[in-house]
Each structure stands twice: as structure tokens, then as C-alpha cells.
Write a protein that binds this ligand. Structure first.
Ligand SMILES: N[C@@H](CCC(=O)N[C@@H](CS)C(=O)NCC(=O)O)C(=O)O
Length: 257
């Protein structure tokens, strides 16, 4: 089946990265259309909302990264993101839900809320603004204000609202990494499967992006005895830059050479 596939979003969104990894993993050619978070209606008015990612295939579209994964498997069953078998499907879905509801908010969005408004935070925020703007140009005054915008974004507050903020941030991060290692078990992929699923790609998209575009100096999980080899394993199923950003943004060396 040859049909136009378009991913709408900004690649600084963890959920958009999930979907770009799904598409690359399944080797489905697609076009990326950058969405401006301040003027989403310019590109995704057809969806009737402001949330990304939105994936359009032919004339149909879906929102929500996990639902998009299910839809992709229905249309393009090769290299499944989920299993055909009910029990395995439930297990993969449960891990993917944990990634979307716990791991991503806890590891990524909570850092925007907790971080001090210092030079390091501002530098990271401005880098994120540059990446967003490379996909859908934002005015300079908006880019300049990105640190404050991130700190006050209602959708980020909503994404962390269900987390237990009484658990200190670092304790939460260590717990989430421990839970990820438990999901991996003896591997080679999450849940103990022989091939990557949507759950693996969902986490990979977070750790690798942050490092590759220079938001962190070292690869998160890069010292972990089982999670580092797992990241390397997942990387062999994807191109080195599945992030829908120009190569110029990839500033850190490939970590697995
Ligand atoms: N559950 C959704 C979450 C998507 C989401 O929260 N997207 C954020 C960007 S990270 C967004 O579009 N926020 C702006 C808005 O909702 O208007 C998914 O998995 O796709």
C-alpha cells in the first residue's frame, strides 16, 4: 500500500518522538510537518485541537502516540509494535502506559517544573526553543521567553498533576530507572521480548534525543549495566537521527562507537 503519511508535531515533545521512532522502526516513509506550539492552528486546525503528535495517513488522522501505534499496526502489520497475541499485547500496552504516564512525566516534565531558573536551565530551554523553531518558526521574543513559558506551560502542569510530588525528584528518578530495569529483566527487549515493541521505542526516544541534541552532556542510563546495552540494541533498529531535526542539531558524538 502506498499512501502519504505525515507526522505533525514538534520534536521536543516526547510523544512526537515516540511516533517518529515507530515510523522509522516500521520503515514507513513519512513527511514531518513542524507545528508551532504557540500557533498550532496554522498546521493542525484539521484535528480540531492543539495537541501533538497528530499522524495523518491518506485522509485519516489520529492523535495520541499510543493509539497511533495501534493504528499503525492495523494498517501496516509488518514489524509489529504490539503483539498479535492478547496476553503479550496487554503486557506491552501496560509497559507503554507506564512509559507515557509515569516515566515521561517523571523523568522529563517534572525536571521543567523542579529545575531552578538558573543559567543551565535557561540554556536548555533556549536550545529547545531553537529546535522547535527549526520546524515551525517562532518569533524571537517568544524564543527568548521560552524558559518562563516552559515553567508556566499549563499542559506540562497537567502532565505531572498525577505524580506524587511528595516523593523527592531524585528518588523518583532512581525509582523509575529501577522499574525500567525490571521491565527489561533479562531482555533483550522490554517485557523479555526478542524484538523491540512500542514500549522500547517510547523510552529510547527520550534518553537518546536529550543526549544527541546536547541537552545532556552524558547519555542518560549510559552507565547502567543492563540499560546501556539495551539502548545500544534498540539503536540498531533505527537510523541514528530519527528525531526529525536537521543533522546540525546533533552535537554529541554517537555513544556506541
Ligand atoms: N497522551 C498524549 C500526550 C500528548 C501531549 O501531551 N502532547 C503535548 C506536547 S508534549 C501537547 O501537545 N501539548 C499542547 C496541548 O495539549 O495543547 C500522547 O501520547 O500523544
Amino acid at each position: 500500500m502506498s499512501v502519504d503519511i505525515t507526522l505533525y508535531g514538534y520534536t521536543t515533545s516526547p510523544y512526537v518522538r515516540k511516533v517518529s521512532c515507530y515510523l522509522y522502526y516500521k520503515e514507513l516513509p513519512f513527511k514531518f510537518v513542524g507545528v508551532s506550539p504557540v500557533e498550532p492552528e496554522k498546521t493542525i486546525a484539521f484535528s480540531g485541537g492543539t495537541q501533538v503528535p497528530v499522524l495523518k495517513i491518506g485522509e485519516e488522522w489520529r492523535r495520541d502516540s499510543s493509539k497511533v501505534g495501534v493504528w499503525l499496526d492495523e494498517l501496516f502489520p509488518a514489524k509489529p509494535l504490539l503483539s498479535q497475541n492478547d496476553k503479550d499485547r496487554q503486557k506491552i500496552t501496560a509497559i507503554d502506559d507506564w512509559v507515557s504516564d509515569q516515566f515521561i512525566p517523571g523523568m522529563i516534565f517534572r525536571s521543567a517544573i523542579e529545575a531552578e531558573m538558573n543559567d543551565a536551565f535557561k540554556k536548555r530551554a533556549w536550545r529547545l526553543a531553537d529546535i522547535v523553531s527549526s520546524g515551525a518558526k517562532m518569533p524571537d521574543h517568544i524564543k527568548e521567553a521560552w524558559p518562563e513559558i516552559l515553567k508556566n506551560a499549563g499542559f506540562i502542569k497537567d502532565l505531572v498533576a498525577h505524580l506524587d510530588m511528595n516523593e523527592p525528584f531524585q528518588v523518583m528518578q532512581m525509582r523509575l530507572i529501577g522499574e525500567l530495569a525490571q521491565h527489561l529483566g533479562n531482555g533483550p527487549f522490554l517485557g523479555g521480548y526478542d524484538a523491540p515493541s512500542m514500549a522500547d521505542l517510547a523510552v529510547y526516544g527520550q534518553m537518546m534525543f536529550m543526549y544527541q541534541v546536547g541537552l545532556t552532556d552524558v547519555l542518560p542510563l549510559g552507565e547502567h549495566p543492563t540499560l546501556r546495552p539495551w539502548l545500544e540494541n534498540v539503536s540498531t533498529h533505527l537510523p541514528r537521527n530519527p528525531w526529525c531535526v536537521d543533522e546540525a542539531f546533533i552535537t554529541n558524538p554517537w555513544p556506541f562507537d
